[in-house]
Write a protein that binds this ligand. Structure first.
Ligand code: SAH
Length: 405
């Protein structure tokens, strides 16, 4: 044992409730000389065992609990058990014909600082904390034991590693070759290209699977505007459901190129789908004639609009500014809807609560002079579970709102 962390009296409550974070302010003493990511014992002032955790000396969260069981060691068997348990859960909840899924959702799967996604026969890991970094070798061995047919690739090119005192790294961890550039997954029976090397995050936004499925109910025979489309997921489902027209908007041309390839991959009629590269804030203004150019707008309207922006909130300080951004796009979208139109609007900012998000969307609709009703709520798909004592695990929420009248 590399060391021990003694928790201040009264500050052990969260740990007793199995919340896995130890904040620096809760620590009375660090005993021994634990190094970056070392496994330490977390004890109360009387010496009672609270957990076994990874030490992150550079972070505000200075320890992340691997296990609350005093008899459990953090070793190959530990990771193997956790991966098996996670895989069994995915097998139970994933829809059929789906080969892309999140195997490990960090804290919610009892694996703080670890994200693992599976795309067909490639596993993509993101190691976000010092503890995860230190365990890389064992993690890979355990993955090989649980999913022996798979290759493993690392995409630890994320900013949060800085807070942990870690550099960004990417590369093959197991497998004989570089990942293919034409890797295809199935999602609810639809096929999608996933670029695990240079795509966003680990390659694809698996968390929106259920919401993408939900658009099929609303899209048949409709004009669909898919904002922040990335590789066209919502647009693909809409086209598959028989939309009369789909427009994908994104600032990334390469994502839009993949969106076009995804249509062809599924044998869908590409003539009904347009891809427009640009800034959604600007494009929506242009359609409405609110743009800087003083144009009258296109007077185009849509029956279904998707707003799936990137995370606008990365700190509490940025919350107000982010809310203005959410309100702005929701106002613009509400104005662009035909009567009876449906807006599918999302926020993946964990720091923005579902309640506040609803208020912001309501403010946008109000400013647009539109009366709207919530007809459906969506959340991150079930392979992105939320551990009950860890409410921070819920980050993605969606509202499906319909124009009244
Ligand atoms: N809806 C997608 C995921 C969207 S992720 C899916 O189902 O897979 C967010 C996307 O927004 C990214 O592709 C990013 O390139 C794009 N983006 C970020 N800011 C943007 C902006 N201001 N205008 C247009 N696209 C933007």
């Amino acid at each position: 044992m590399a060391g021990q962390i003694i928790i201040k009296q009264g500050k052990e409550k969260a740990l007793l409730r199995k919340h896995p974070w130890v904040f620096t302010g809760a620590v009375a003493k660090v005993k021994g000389k634990p190094g970056l990511g070392d496994t330490v014992e977390v004890l109360d002032t009387r010496g009672n065992f609270l957990g076994r955790a990874a030490y992150s000396p550079h972070s505000q969260i200075c320890a992340r609990v691997w296990t609350f069981d005093a008899n459990e060691q953090v070793d190959f068997e530990f990771f193997k058990r956790r991966f098996e348990r996670a895989l069994n859960m995915r097998k139970a909840v994933l829809p059929p014909e789906t080969t892309g899924y999140r195997l490990i959702a960090g804290e919610s799967d009892g694996m703080p600082g670890i994200t693992i996604d599976v795309y067909a026969n490639w596993i993509v890991c993101q190691l976000l904390s010092a503890g995860a970094e230190l365990q890389r070798g064992v993690i890979v061995e355990a993955l090989k034991a649980v999913l022996p047919e798979h290759n493993v690739y690392e995409r630890s090119d994320v900013d949060v590693r800085k807070k942990e005192g870690l550099e960004q790294v990417t590369g093959v961890l197991h497998g004989n070759s570089e990942p293919p550039t034409d890797l295809v997954i199935q999602e609810n029976g639809l096929k999608l290209y996933v670029d695990i090397v240079s795509g966003h995050k680990t390659g694809y936004y698996l968390d929106q699977r259920d919401a993408r499925q939900a658009i099929m109910k609303y899209a048949k025979g409709k004009r669909v505007l898919n904002c922040f489309s990335y590789t066209g997921g919502f647009g693909l489902y809409a086209a598959a459901a028989g939309a009369s027209y789909v427009r994908n908007l994104d600032m990334s041309q390469s994502a839009l190129d993949t969106a076009a390839r995804n249509l062809a991959l599924n044998g869908l009629d590409a003539s009904k789908v347009e891809h427009v590269q640009g800034d959604v804030f600007q494009l929506l203004r242009d359609y409405l004639g609110e743009g800087k150019t003083g144009s009258k707008g296109t007077s185009e309207k849509f029956d279904v609009i998707v707003l799936d922006p990137p995370k606008f909130v990365d700190s509490k300080a940025s919350l107000t500014r982010a809310c203005r951004g959410y309100k702005d796009i929701n106002r613009l979208a509400a104005k662009l809807l035909n009567p009876g139109g449906v807006l599918m609007t999302f926020s993946c900012s964990g720091l923005l609560s579902a309640e506040l998000f609803q208020k912001v969307v309501a403010d946008g609709a109000l400013d647009a002079g539109r009366e709207m009703q919530i007809i459906e709520r969506t959340f991150q798909a079930a392979d992105h579970p939320v551990s009950l004592p860890y409410p921070e695990g819920l980050y993605l929420k969606g509202l499906v709102v319909r124009l009244v009248g």
